[in-house]
Design a protein around this ligand. Structure first.
Ligand code: ATR
Length: 283
Protein backbone atom coordinates (compact mmCIF):
# COMPACT_ATOMS: atom_id res chain seq x y z
CA UNK A 1 0.00 0.00 0.00
CA UNK A 2 1.34 3.46 -0.79
CA UNK A 3 2.12 5.54 2.24
CA UNK A 4 1.50 9.25 2.26
CA UNK A 5 4.59 11.37 2.91
CA UNK A 6 3.23 12.14 6.30
CA UNK A 7 1.70 9.19 7.94
CA UNK A 8 0.70 10.36 11.36
CA UNK A 9 -2.20 12.57 12.18
CA UNK A 10 -3.09 14.49 15.27
CA UNK A 11 -6.48 13.99 16.70
CA UNK A 12 -8.97 16.15 18.44
CA UNK A 13 -7.14 18.72 20.44
CA UNK A 14 -9.60 19.83 22.99
CA UNK A 15 -9.88 20.36 26.67
CA UNK A 16 -11.48 18.49 28.17
CA UNK A 17 -12.04 15.72 25.61
CA UNK A 18 -15.06 13.84 26.82
CA UNK A 19 -16.98 11.87 24.25
CA UNK A 20 -14.59 11.94 21.33
CA UNK A 21 -15.45 9.36 18.69
CA UNK A 22 -12.98 10.79 16.20
CA UNK A 23 -10.12 8.35 16.85
CA UNK A 24 -12.45 5.40 16.19
CA UNK A 25 -13.57 6.94 12.93
CA UNK A 26 -10.19 8.02 11.59
CA UNK A 27 -8.48 4.81 12.60
CA UNK A 28 -11.23 2.89 10.77
CA UNK A 29 -10.33 4.91 7.67
CA UNK A 30 -6.60 4.34 8.25
CA UNK A 31 -7.32 0.67 7.78
CA UNK A 32 -9.83 1.18 4.96
CA UNK A 33 -7.35 3.32 3.04
CA UNK A 34 -4.26 1.29 3.92
CA UNK A 35 -2.55 4.20 5.62
CA UNK A 36 0.14 3.24 8.11
CA UNK A 37 -0.74 5.86 10.67
CA UNK A 38 -2.82 6.52 13.69
CA UNK A 39 -5.19 9.21 14.90
CA UNK A 40 -4.78 10.22 18.49
CA UNK A 41 -6.19 12.97 20.62
CA UNK A 42 -4.48 15.30 23.01
CA UNK A 43 -5.99 17.41 25.73
CA UNK A 44 -4.56 20.87 25.23
CA UNK A 45 -5.25 23.44 27.89
CA UNK A 46 -6.56 26.83 26.82
CA UNK A 47 -3.54 29.07 26.28
CA UNK A 48 -1.34 26.22 25.15
CA UNK A 49 -2.77 25.77 21.69
CA UNK A 50 -0.09 27.79 19.87
CA UNK A 51 2.90 25.68 20.99
CA UNK A 52 0.83 22.52 20.47
CA UNK A 53 -0.03 23.44 16.88
CA UNK A 54 3.50 24.51 16.12
CA UNK A 55 4.72 21.11 17.32
CA UNK A 56 2.64 19.26 14.71
CA UNK A 57 5.21 19.67 11.94
CA UNK A 58 8.31 18.56 13.85
CA UNK A 59 6.35 15.63 15.24
CA UNK A 60 5.42 14.50 11.74
CA UNK A 61 1.68 15.04 11.92
CA UNK A 62 -0.30 15.74 8.75
CA UNK A 63 -2.83 17.87 10.60
CA UNK A 64 -5.46 17.83 13.29
CA UNK A 65 -9.04 18.60 14.18
CA UNK A 66 -9.98 21.04 16.88
CA UNK A 67 -12.76 21.23 19.42
CA UNK A 68 -14.12 24.22 21.34
CA UNK A 69 -12.50 26.51 22.49
CA UNK A 70 -9.54 25.79 20.23
CA UNK A 71 -11.67 26.13 17.10
CA UNK A 72 -11.87 29.84 17.78
CA UNK A 73 -8.40 30.39 19.22
CA UNK A 74 -6.70 28.74 16.24
CA UNK A 75 -7.95 31.55 13.97
CA UNK A 76 -5.11 33.79 15.15
CA UNK A 77 -2.47 31.06 15.37
CA UNK A 78 -2.39 29.31 11.99
CA UNK A 79 -0.54 30.90 9.06
CA UNK A 80 -3.50 30.93 6.68
CA UNK A 81 -7.23 30.76 7.30
CA UNK A 82 -9.44 30.01 4.31
CA UNK A 83 -12.57 31.98 3.46
CA UNK A 84 -14.96 29.33 4.77
CA UNK A 85 -13.35 29.25 8.21
CA UNK A 86 -13.25 33.04 8.24
CA UNK A 87 -16.96 33.24 7.47
CA UNK A 88 -17.93 30.59 10.01
CA UNK A 89 -15.48 32.12 12.48
CA UNK A 90 -13.92 28.83 13.50
CA UNK A 91 -11.33 26.31 12.35
CA UNK A 92 -12.30 22.66 12.57
CA UNK A 93 -9.38 21.27 10.59
CA UNK A 94 -5.70 22.21 10.49
CA UNK A 95 -3.42 21.07 7.70
CA UNK A 96 0.37 20.96 8.07
CA UNK A 97 1.84 22.01 4.74
CA UNK A 98 5.12 20.83 3.21
CA UNK A 99 7.04 23.82 4.54
CA UNK A 100 5.62 23.34 8.03
CA UNK A 101 3.19 26.24 7.82
CA UNK A 102 -0.35 25.71 9.10
CA UNK A 103 -3.55 26.08 7.10
CA UNK A 104 -6.97 26.26 8.76
CA UNK A 105 -10.33 25.42 7.26
CA UNK A 106 -13.79 24.40 8.45
CA UNK A 107 -15.54 21.22 7.31
CA UNK A 108 -18.38 21.20 9.83
CA UNK A 109 -20.87 22.75 7.40
CA UNK A 110 -19.98 20.09 4.83
CA UNK A 111 -20.46 17.41 7.49
CA UNK A 112 -23.95 18.68 8.25
CA UNK A 113 -25.02 18.87 4.61
CA UNK A 114 -23.27 15.65 3.57
CA UNK A 115 -25.02 13.78 6.34
CA UNK A 116 -28.47 15.08 5.39
CA UNK A 117 -27.86 14.13 1.78
CA UNK A 118 -26.69 10.64 2.65
CA UNK A 119 -29.49 10.01 5.12
CA UNK A 120 -32.23 11.59 3.00
CA UNK A 121 -31.14 11.63 -0.65
CA UNK A 122 -34.28 13.53 -1.71
CA UNK A 123 -33.60 16.36 0.78
CA UNK A 124 -33.22 19.83 -0.66
CA UNK A 125 -32.39 23.05 1.18
CA UNK A 126 -34.72 24.98 -1.10
CA UNK A 127 -37.71 22.67 -0.68
CA UNK A 128 -39.31 25.20 1.68
CA UNK A 129 -38.56 27.30 4.74
CA UNK A 130 -35.82 26.08 7.07
CA UNK A 131 -35.84 26.89 10.79
CA UNK A 132 -32.61 26.73 12.76
CA UNK A 133 -32.74 26.97 16.55
CA UNK A 134 -29.50 28.21 18.10
CA UNK A 135 -26.81 30.66 17.09
CA UNK A 136 -23.58 29.27 18.56
CA UNK A 137 -20.65 27.80 16.68
CA UNK A 138 -22.61 24.76 15.51
CA UNK A 139 -25.38 26.93 14.16
CA UNK A 140 -22.93 29.12 12.25
CA UNK A 141 -21.70 26.03 10.38
CA UNK A 142 -25.26 24.75 9.81
CA UNK A 143 -26.49 28.12 8.50
CA UNK A 144 -23.46 28.46 6.25
CA UNK A 145 -24.15 25.02 4.78
CA UNK A 146 -27.84 25.69 4.28
CA UNK A 147 -27.11 28.93 2.44
CA UNK A 148 -24.46 27.19 0.33
CA UNK A 149 -27.11 24.64 -0.60
CA UNK A 150 -29.45 27.38 -1.75
CA UNK A 151 -31.89 27.73 1.15
CA UNK A 152 -34.46 30.32 0.13
CA UNK A 153 -35.90 31.10 3.57
CA UNK A 154 -33.92 30.55 6.75
CA UNK A 155 -35.64 31.39 10.02
CA UNK A 156 -33.11 31.76 12.79
CA UNK A 157 -34.19 31.67 16.42
CA UNK A 158 -31.90 31.95 19.43
CA UNK A 159 -32.38 32.59 23.12
CA UNK A 160 -29.89 35.43 22.83
CA UNK A 161 -31.25 37.26 19.84
CA UNK A 162 -28.13 39.37 19.24
CA UNK A 163 -26.14 36.27 18.26
CA UNK A 164 -28.71 35.36 15.62
CA UNK A 165 -28.70 38.95 14.38
CA UNK A 166 -24.92 38.78 14.07
CA UNK A 167 -25.11 35.67 11.88
CA UNK A 168 -27.79 37.27 9.70
CA UNK A 169 -25.71 40.43 9.31
CA UNK A 170 -22.49 38.57 8.51
CA UNK A 171 -23.96 35.98 6.17
CA UNK A 172 -26.55 38.10 4.41
CA UNK A 173 -28.95 36.13 2.26
CA UNK A 174 -32.46 35.00 3.14
CA UNK A 175 -32.09 34.83 6.95
CA UNK A 176 -34.93 36.13 9.11
CA UNK A 177 -34.28 36.41 12.82
CA UNK A 178 -37.26 35.61 15.01
CA UNK A 179 -37.61 36.19 18.76
CA UNK A 180 -37.10 33.25 21.10
CA UNK A 181 -40.77 33.38 22.14
CA UNK A 182 -41.73 32.61 18.55
CA UNK A 183 -39.68 29.43 18.27
CA UNK A 184 -42.78 27.22 18.36
CA UNK A 185 -44.57 29.15 15.62
CA UNK A 186 -41.32 29.37 13.62
CA UNK A 187 -41.83 25.71 12.73
CA UNK A 188 -44.97 26.42 10.75
CA UNK A 189 -44.72 25.31 7.13
CA UNK A 190 -41.04 24.35 7.29
CA UNK A 191 -39.43 21.73 5.08
CA UNK A 192 -36.47 21.38 7.47
CA UNK A 193 -36.03 22.10 11.18
CA UNK A 194 -32.68 21.95 12.96
CA UNK A 195 -31.74 22.02 16.62
CA UNK A 196 -28.33 23.65 16.76
CA UNK A 197 -28.46 24.45 20.47
CA UNK A 198 -26.80 22.35 23.15
CA UNK A 199 -30.22 21.57 24.63
CA UNK A 200 -30.97 17.85 24.61
CA UNK A 201 -27.35 16.82 25.01
CA UNK A 202 -26.51 14.32 27.74
CA UNK A 203 -26.65 16.23 31.02
CA UNK A 204 -28.66 19.13 29.57
CA UNK A 205 -32.37 19.83 29.64
CA UNK A 206 -34.40 19.07 26.53
CA UNK A 207 -34.92 21.84 24.00
CA UNK A 208 -38.02 23.68 25.15
CA UNK A 209 -40.12 23.75 22.01
CA UNK A 210 -43.62 22.67 21.02
CA UNK A 211 -43.96 20.87 17.73
CA UNK A 212 -47.67 21.47 17.05
CA UNK A 213 -46.94 23.73 14.07
CA UNK A 214 -44.35 21.40 12.54
CA UNK A 215 -45.56 19.82 9.27
CA UNK A 216 -45.36 16.05 9.23
CA UNK A 217 -43.47 16.26 5.95
CA UNK A 218 -40.58 18.23 7.50
CA UNK A 219 -37.15 16.72 7.94
CA UNK A 220 -35.97 17.26 11.51
CA UNK A 221 -32.26 17.32 12.31
CA UNK A 222 -30.13 17.73 15.41
CA UNK A 223 -26.41 18.44 15.57
CA UNK A 224 -26.14 16.55 18.87
CA UNK A 225 -25.03 12.91 18.84
CA UNK A 226 -24.86 12.16 22.55
CA UNK A 227 -27.53 10.91 22.92
CA UNK A 228 -28.13 9.63 19.40
CA UNK A 229 -31.77 10.59 19.70
CA UNK A 230 -32.41 13.82 21.57
CA UNK A 231 -35.85 14.47 23.11
CA UNK A 232 -36.43 16.91 20.21
CA UNK A 233 -35.79 14.18 17.62
CA UNK A 234 -37.79 11.62 19.60
CA UNK A 235 -40.78 13.95 19.76
CA UNK A 236 -40.55 14.66 16.03
CA UNK A 237 -40.23 10.96 15.17
CA UNK A 238 -43.25 10.15 17.33
CA UNK A 239 -45.25 12.67 15.32
CA UNK A 240 -44.23 10.95 12.10
CA UNK A 241 -41.39 13.20 10.96
CA UNK A 242 -38.21 11.91 9.36
CA UNK A 243 -35.25 12.60 11.63
CA UNK A 244 -31.47 12.81 11.30
CA UNK A 245 -29.14 12.84 14.29
CA UNK A 246 -25.84 14.67 14.67
CA UNK A 247 -23.50 11.70 14.41
CA UNK A 248 -23.34 11.88 10.65
CA UNK A 249 -22.24 15.52 10.83
CA UNK A 250 -19.16 14.37 12.70
CA UNK A 251 -18.56 11.50 10.28
CA UNK A 252 -19.07 13.51 7.10
CA UNK A 253 -16.62 16.26 8.05
CA UNK A 254 -13.94 13.55 7.99
CA UNK A 255 -13.52 12.86 4.25
CA UNK A 256 -12.77 16.48 3.27
CA UNK A 257 -10.14 16.56 6.03
CA UNK A 258 -8.59 13.38 4.62
CA UNK A 259 -8.55 14.91 1.18
CA UNK A 260 -6.47 17.78 2.52
CA UNK A 261 -4.25 15.73 4.82
CA UNK A 262 -3.53 12.79 2.53
CA UNK A 263 -5.19 13.41 -0.84
CA UNK A 264 -7.36 10.37 -0.10
CA UNK A 265 -11.13 9.99 -0.05
CA UNK A 266 -12.35 7.56 2.59
CA UNK A 267 -15.93 6.40 2.37
CA UNK A 268 -18.67 6.69 4.97
CA UNK A 269 -19.88 3.12 5.31
CA UNK A 270 -22.85 1.68 7.21
CA UNK A 271 -20.33 -0.37 9.14
CA UNK A 272 -18.56 2.78 10.39
CA UNK A 273 -21.80 4.48 11.36
CA UNK A 274 -23.04 1.38 13.17
CA UNK A 275 -19.73 1.00 14.98
CA UNK A 276 -19.93 4.56 16.24
CA UNK A 277 -23.61 4.29 17.13
CA UNK A 278 -22.87 1.17 19.09
CA UNK A 279 -20.05 2.87 20.94
CA UNK A 280 -22.25 5.84 21.86
CA UNK A 281 -25.19 3.67 22.86
CA UNK A 282 -23.04 1.54 25.15
CA UNK A 283 -21.60 4.49 27.10
P1 ATR B 1 -21.88 25.21 19.92
O1 ATR B 1 -20.53 25.61 19.46
O2 ATR B 1 -22.03 23.74 20.22
O3 ATR B 1 -22.96 25.72 19.05
P2 ATR B 1 -22.29 27.35 21.77
O4 ATR B 1 -21.54 28.26 20.87
O5 ATR B 1 -22.02 27.43 23.24
O6 ATR B 1 -22.05 25.84 21.38
O7 ATR B 1 -23.84 27.53 21.50
C1 ATR B 1 -24.80 26.90 22.25
C2 ATR B 1 -26.18 27.24 21.70
O8 ATR B 1 -27.15 26.63 22.54
C3 ATR B 1 -26.49 28.73 21.70
O9 ATR B 1 -27.37 29.01 20.64
C4 ATR B 1 -27.17 28.89 23.04
O10 ATR B 1 -28.03 29.99 23.14
P3 ATR B 1 -27.45 31.41 23.66
O11 ATR B 1 -26.77 32.02 22.49
O12 ATR B 1 -28.64 32.15 24.11
O13 ATR B 1 -26.50 31.08 24.79
C5 ATR B 1 -28.00 27.64 23.07
N1 ATR B 1 -28.41 27.32 24.44
C6 ATR B 1 -27.62 26.90 25.45
N2 ATR B 1 -28.37 26.72 26.57
C7 ATR B 1 -29.64 27.04 26.24
C8 ATR B 1 -30.87 27.07 26.94
N3 ATR B 1 -30.97 26.71 28.23
N4 ATR B 1 -32.00 27.44 26.28
C9 ATR B 1 -31.93 27.79 24.98
N5 ATR B 1 -30.79 27.80 24.26
C10 ATR B 1 -29.66 27.43 24.87
Amino acid sequence: MPHPDKFLMAGVMGWPVMHSRSPMMHNYWMEQQGVAGTYVFFEIKPGELAPALKALHPLGFAGCNLTIPHKLDAMTIVDEVDDVAKKIGAISCVVVREDGSLFGTNNDWFGFIGNLKQQQPDWRADAGPVTVIGAGGGSRAVCYGLLQEGATELRLVNRTRAKAEAIAAEYGGPITVLPWEERHAALEGVATAVNATSQGMVGQAALDIQLDALPESALVADIIYTPLETPFLAAARTRGNRTVNGLGMLIHQGPPAWKRWFGLEPTVTDELREMMEHSIASD
